[in-house]
Write a protein that binds this ligand. Structure first.
Ligand SMILES: [Zn+2]
Length: 101
């Protein structure tokens, strides 16, 4: 599961320090059959981006600090997360097969 998360966020970077997210940026809070809850926190500067909820057929990213993230000079990382949300949602239940194992 963690490898899939790395692929999902590999093109994103921290809006605060511009470092890429890596495996140390994720904390799996809950890993159940149909729901995984992941905390996303920059491992370089420690900025907390909140939680991502991943389930079969859909992914929802809820940021606990949306305003703080978006006020960065390049809030592209937040938008990319939303794009990933829409992309994966459109894949319905088969989204995981598009991620390298
Ligand atoms: Zn950072």
């Amino acid at each position: 599961m963690k490898k899939k998360l790395e692929k999902l966020f590999e093109n994103l970077c921290c809006s605060h320090c511009k470092n890429s997210f890596d495996e140390n940026s994720f904390t799996i809070k809950r890993d159940e059959e149909d729901l995984t809850v992941v905390g996303l926190k920059c491992s370089h500067c420690g900025k907390d981006f909140g939680m991502a909820f991943l389930g079969f057929g859909n992914i929802e990213v809820k940021d606990v600090e949306p305003l703080e993230v978006q006020q960065g000079p390049e809030p592209i990382d937040y938008n990319d997360v939303i794009d990933a949300h829409r992309f994966i949602k459109n894949l319905k239940g088969d989204w995981s097969k598009y991620l390298p194992s």
